[in-house]
Design a protein around this ligand. Structure first.
Ligand SMILES: Nc1ncnc2c1ncn2[C@@H]1O[C@H](COP(=O)(O)OP(=O)(O)OP(=O)(O)O)[C@@H](O)[C@H]1O
Length: 267
């Protein structure tokens, strides 16, 4: 006799929470010609957690984000969303719940903030065109940024553009959101607002976040776990405090330490 199992669809219809999903790189490597940008990296992020990724310039952070968002395929190893290979096509990865922002702002300057967000809701989120404006208004309102809706993206301040980038990603309804240097170029006041936004994305939307950032203060205050990459390898992985004080991490910042500054500030 076959065992009785409750079909997943039935439990979803009854209002049960979906199981948290996990995005993971397993022993992932990526070569560019003769350059090994990533070398056997394993790292995961689950819905509801915030993971930080630090490392010096050229250590492979963006390459790892590219693998984890379907922009690039690994040369060796695997990238899995739960147990299935993540499609190496960003739009398909986004439809599966994995959405990312880029280091360089990618807004359409000649479109309004609202139009930028609406376009992302359709392209990455799979929304119907006739619903896109309402989704974009709702997302901007969630951020308290309704006032920027009619402004051309090119006319927004740098900090506003960075925030609209995140709203664009949110309009795609991510379950896992990957942020590539979201605080780059921000003054301290805007970085504080960004830290509050990261906390709200986790708490109110239940998403998991993987954050690549040079601002170690932001990483230490926002993340449950941190991984440090050096020359394409994870050299430290653990609580923010453990990574901040890890000798391998400190030694990668020797230049700054030699200059007499603490490169990895305490929170
Ligand atoms: N498309 C590419 N073609 C060739 N080499 C690349 C490419 N992308 C990255 N690399 C190389 O891979 C290595 C890792 O680069 P990556 O951009 O991932 O580092 P990063 O840690 O994100 O650096 P940064 O902090 O400066 O953004 C570097 O040596 C870089 O030059």
């Amino acid at each position: 006799m076959r065992a009785h199992r409750t079909p997943k669809l039935l439990s979803a219809a009854a209002g049960a929470e979906p199981e948290p999903i996990t995005l993971s790189a397993e022993a992932a490597s990526r070569d560019f010609g003769g350059v090994r940008a990533l070398d056997g990296v394993s790292l995961s992020v689950a819905e509801g957690e915030v993971v930080g990724l630090i490392g010096p310039n050229g250590s492979g952070k963006t390459t790892l984000l590219n693998l984890l968002s379907g922009v690039l395929a690994p040369t060796a190893g695997r990238v899995l969303l739960d147990q299935a290979p993540l499609p190496a096509v960003p739009r398909r990865a986004a439809r599966a719940g994995v959405v990312r922002t880029f280091q360089n702002i990618r807004l359409f300057g000649e479109l309004t903030a609202l139009e930028n967000v609406a376009a992302a809701a359709v392209a990455a989120g799979g929304a119907r065109r006739r619903d896109a404006d309402a989704i974009a208004r709702r997302e901007l309102a969630w951020l308290g940024a309704e006032h920027v809706a009619p402004a051309l993206a090119a006319d927004l301040s740098y900090g506003e553009q960075r925030m609209v980038e995140i709203v664009r990603a949110l309009a795609a309804r991510p379950r896992l959101l990957l942020l590539d240097e979201p605080a780059a170029g921000m003054p301290e006041s805007e970085t504080r607002a960004l830290a509050a936004l990261i906390a709200r994305i986790r708490e109110e939307r239940g998403a998991g976040l993987l954050i690549v950032e040079h601002d170690v203060d932001l990483i230490v205050t926002s993340c449950d776990r941190v991984a440090a990459l050096v020359e394409g390898r994870v050299v430290a992985h653990g609580t923010p405090e453990a990574v901040r004080t890890d000798p391998a991490v400190i030694s990668t910042y020797l230049g700054a330490a030699a200059a007499g500054t603490d490169p990895i500030p305490k929170d």
